[in-house]
Design a protein around this ligand. Structure first.
Ligand code: SF4
Ligand code: SF3
Length: 541
């Protein structure tokens, strides 16, 4: 195996024996083959000149399955590979004879052994691209497209879709196999990936807000009650909605974990009295927190960590998530899921163990922030707010991420943190106070709600009558971990945002030359010490 798609890759170069995330080498290789299969299918779609709804959904779901901490299940990946080949071969019937196709579009396994053999072959590995810079850009684009696929999946679950994004996904994937493309061509394609990431995030924002209303300022309880509970994690609000409906009047409470926290900010979920609060913190703490929860846990999307035996029998996956030996909740053709078995199990479980008491305040997505725009503009003009610091992104295991807690604490009192994604758990429970009633940490929501922060920035640009988004008193200190964050980063670059600090390390998949281009063109940098970065970002020294 060779995988370097996430921030925690071994020695910041690549996982080669087993993933730091727990992904086994056979699964890593099968995931490479799945991506190879998707590319072959995209190629045939292009040659035929059409796709189908089924193919589009398949591509998006399969890309999602290869994101870090989503799918650890070799059986599931093998089934997806078989399905991709079936879809490809069916569509291929529309091609005239004699059309030349690459191996990824022609290869047919006779049995599962063939699939495993192919997965282990060098030709499907990332390392098959020898030139380090071309490989770097191909992977940057592929990871951006994985992130787009995941976000598009979320929108599609709610009935929102965009043909053009599906077309771009295929075009981009095909381009990563094109030996005629230069470094410059691929750089342009990486920025175009950013454009489609913006479109996808905008679509998902529309899907969320039209379905569940605009997030509002909300106090979320972080303590527990004395009823049995079900804990739900990940980003999929539709699954949460179904769970809340089915648990009504059952005596079972529902709690969110990690990226599901922002669900509390949506008006549509406020009517459920048994939707109690948020339990615990970010994904990497789940092994202790799930154990303490006592009741069933549902993982709807990333991030799943290989479970401990102590709670494996009350852990459930759904959607694109899968783990060998962990029960999966299927859905019918209308996307409906049946939680009755889980609810019955919950009733027999002890209430969650209390981890903490208090509240988190959030709900500062664009609509809510813009309703405070006058107050914010006034605070900036009067100097009460010196700067906004975007600290969106992901959390992770590395102790180097303590930096973000220390950075938040060390920020001067006239700064406001804008956040989204699970990175917030590094500082959201610190009491950082407020500025004229505006809290010093404004949480917009999930990682996809980073889009919301951009909408706010664009509105402020208008309010201050500025030409360039970079003239705003907004600086960026972003933490990344997985490939959704890569899509968000490309979106920010496409929007012209400069001088982003990306940490805790720069991606291993960026070669020195590609990094240099990003530094020269966009001023991208990485974190140093808290003191240095405060000087650099806040005092422009
Ligand atoms: Fe390693 Fe990250 Fe790939 Fe997992 S996803 S195998 S930790 S690089
Ligand atoms: Fe977090 Fe996985 Fe990225 Fe959605 S839940 S931000 S890491």
């Amino acid at each position: 195996m060779f995988c370097y798609q996430c921030q925690e890759t071994a020695r910041n170069t690549g996982c080669t024996v087993v993933g730091v995330c727990g992904k086994k080498d056979n699964v890593a290789n099968l995931q490479d083959l799945l991506v190879y299969t998707i590319k072959g299918l995209a190629y045939v779609c292009e040659k035929v000149g059409r796709s189908t709804k089924e193919i589009d959904r398949y591509i998006v779901d399969s890309l999602f399955a290869t994101i870090t901490n989503v799918n650890f299940d070799d059986r599931d990946i093998i089934e997806k590979i078989k399905r991709g080949i079936e879809l490809r071969e069916n569509l291929k019937k529309e091609l005239p004879n004699g059309v030349e196709l690459p191996d990824c579009a022609t290869w047919i396994p006779e049995n599962e052994e063939d699939i495993v053999k192919k997965a282990n072959s060098e030709e499907v590995s990332i390392l098959a691209t020898e030139d380090e810079d071309i490989r770097s850009l191909r992977e940057l684009i592929t990871y951006g497209v994985k992130g787009i696929g995941a976000y598009l999946h979320h929108a599609m679950v709610l009935g929102y879709n965009d043909e053009n994004i599906h077309k771009f996904i295929k075009k981009a994937l095909i381009s990563t196999m094109d030996d005629n493309l230069s470094v410059d061509d691929l750089l342009a394609l990486a920025l175009e990936t950013g454009k489609y990431a913006v479109d996808t995030l905008a679509l998902l924002d529309k899907a969320h807000t039209e379905t569940y209303g605009h997030p509002k300022i909300t106090e979320v309880n972080i303590g527990v009650r004395n009823n049995p509970g079900i804990l739900i994690s990940g980003h999929d609000l539709k699954t949460l909605e179904q769970l809340l409906e089915q648990t009504k009047s059952t005596g079972v409470d529902v709690y969110t974990h990690c990226e599901m926290l922002p669900a509390h900010y949506y008006p549509a979920f406020k009517k459920y009295d048994h939707f109690v609060g948020n339990y615990g913190s970010a994904w990497h703490r789940q092994r202790e927190e799930f154990e303490a929860f006592n009741g069933p846990i549902i993982i709807t999307t990333n991030c799943l960590v290989p479970p401990k035996d102590s709670y494996k029998n009350r852990l459930y996956t759904t959607g694109c998530v899968s783990y060998p030996g962990v029960k999966r909740i299927p859905e019918d053709e209308n996307g409906n899921k049946d939680f009755s078995e889980i609810i019955e199990q919950a009733k027999k479980c002890a209430p969650p163990k209390e981890l903490e008491r208090g509240k988190i305040v959030g709900g500062f997505a664009h609509n809510q922030v813009l309703s405070l725009a006058d107050k914010i503009v006034e605070a900036v003009k009067s100097g009460a707010i010196r700067k906004f610091v975007v600290m969106a992104g992901c959390d992770g295991r590395h102790s180097s991420r303590d930096y973000y807690t220390e950075f938040a604490k060390a920020l001067p009192k006239d700064t406001v943190i804008l956040t989204a994604g699970c990175a917030k758990y590094r500082y959201i429970k610190l009491d950082l106070g407020d500025i004229n009633g505006i809290p010093r940490v404004l949480d917009a929501g999930q990682c996809n709600d980073s889009y919301s922060l951009v909408v706010v920035a664009l509105k402020l640009k208008e309010a201050f009558n500025l030409e360039d988004i970079n003239q705003l008193p907004i600086v960026y200190n972003i933490a990344w971990y997985e490939q959704k964050a890569v899509a968000v980063l490309l979106a920010l670059l496409y929007l012209g945002i400069k001088n982003i600090l990306l940490g805790p390390t720069l991606p291993a998949f960026l070669s020195p030359n590609v990094t240099k281009v990003l530094v020269d063109k966009f001023g991208i940098g990485t974190i140093s010490t808290v003191e240095e970065d405060i000087k650099r970002l806040i005092y422009d020294e």
